[in-house]
Design a protein around this ligand. Sequence first.
Ligand code: HEC
Ligand code: HEC
Length: 435
Amino acid sequence: MRNVLLQSSCLLVVILILTTLTGCNPSPEPQFRFNRVAMLKQEKTDLSEGEIYPAEYQSEISNILTALYGTPNEPRFPFPLGDDDPAHEVLSLDNLNQAAGPVSIDRLHQTAGLYRELCSHCHGISGDGAGGTAPSLKPYPRDFRLGKFKFKSTPLRRMPTNEDLTRIIKNGIPGTAMPSFRTLPDNEIEALVDYVKYLTIRGQHERRLIAELANLDGQPILDFDLLKETDEQGQEIDEETIAENLEEFQAQLYMVVGEYLGEDIVSRWVEPEDEIIEIENAPAAFLLDHPAHATLILQGKELFYGKANCVQCHGETGLGDGQTANFDDWTNDWLKTAGVAYEQPATYVDFLKAGALYPKPIVPRNLRTPVFRGGNLPSDVYRRIANGIEGTPMPSSPTLSTGEIWALVCYVKSLPYENQGVKRNELPVNERVVD
Ligand code: HEC
Ligand code: HEC
């Protein structure tokens, strides 16, 4: 990788970065927003009360990220790679270019700027989930930078497959503000899938650089002076020295990647398909008139209120009114770690000022309405119960057999229609549906 890193083509890239860093670009363009919330959390963890990291830390991290990832108008991925590096399989730069940048249509009717046009008002230019529309929504649009996805075919702590992300973009997420983009051509959806991955990886690297700050001891990591083309007296530096300096800069960048960023964040996106949890032993009894259907529902009900303890959160009524004082990981990330109390907004105003969205509790799903965010096929619901929902309190069910999970699927799918035809006041109190 080092050899490739020092190739002259890379030097060209650095010159591009230089242009961006020194602000030679005539038209103001949107920039990625720095993750102030993660920085504040780090300050509260590492430093004593009231102390903050010097402003240069923020600009240095932003500059490193620009060197590695480019800008919203000119994305790069992820950093100089060897031809055989598996990270090439993660996403394509052509796709990024189609999704990034300002909105435009060329003579072949190829659209660019898709993300900015269709997604950024909710998910934000930086993928921070804090676009203009976000504050009024519940749940909030996803902040991709935490690297967690909810509705996928892979287990907890694994990345979604391309197919998972494609399905989300095509179907949307019913019951939330996430719309369906079914009418987009396949190549545009593919471009958006790659752009979501790009923002996720960039955001995770940003968080890692912020977390590494404490170890840096105030030493700058990259020497951006190496990119200058004039010396302190304003004299032009000769070409040979410029080339040497660029090589030195590249070597430093390589060191940052090796030492602070590592390979794990990118490599987790290589072939997540290998991790897909297969769906096994689907019962034929899903047909409502199948004689075994009612038995499965009863078995599921028993599990729900008994061994599987779904009642703990989804409540006696299944309305989702059990455990309701929880937050998702995107909120807990700062709310919990920083040790602040939800009931006392005064303890976290500085997080709100830094860009955190006001904490809204995550409510377990009301299972009496037939709306499933992750899809309403029996196999979708199976995955949610078996794999859990990442980033939320909804747990996976490693101790249940496949048969037991199918029974729960049958029960859950039957809940919206339970007691239909029975008058409300004839129902036992704990089964009455509140309007
Ligand atoms: C009107 C607001 C809105 C727009 C526009 C929007 N989203 Fe979303 N998106 C959401 C919300 C809200 C969620 C979170 C739903 C949840 O957590 O259950 C979400 C979640 C997601 C997720 C996470 C899925 C998962 O499994 O965790 C992805 C990926 C995503 N959106 C991609 C996109 C892309 C790509 C676009 C543009 C083509 C887009 N969104 C446009 C509101 C929006
Ligand atoms: C610790 C709390 C908790 C427990 C225990 C729990 N759930 Fe959940 N469940 C949740 C939360 C929170 C959500 C909403 C997650 C989200 O934001 O999408 C949810 C969502 C769901 C969904 C909706 C999936 C979708 O696609 O919309 C189903 C179905 C579900 N749970 C079934 C179950 C079953 C069956 C059990 C027992 C095996 C169970 N849950 C146990 C908290 C819990």
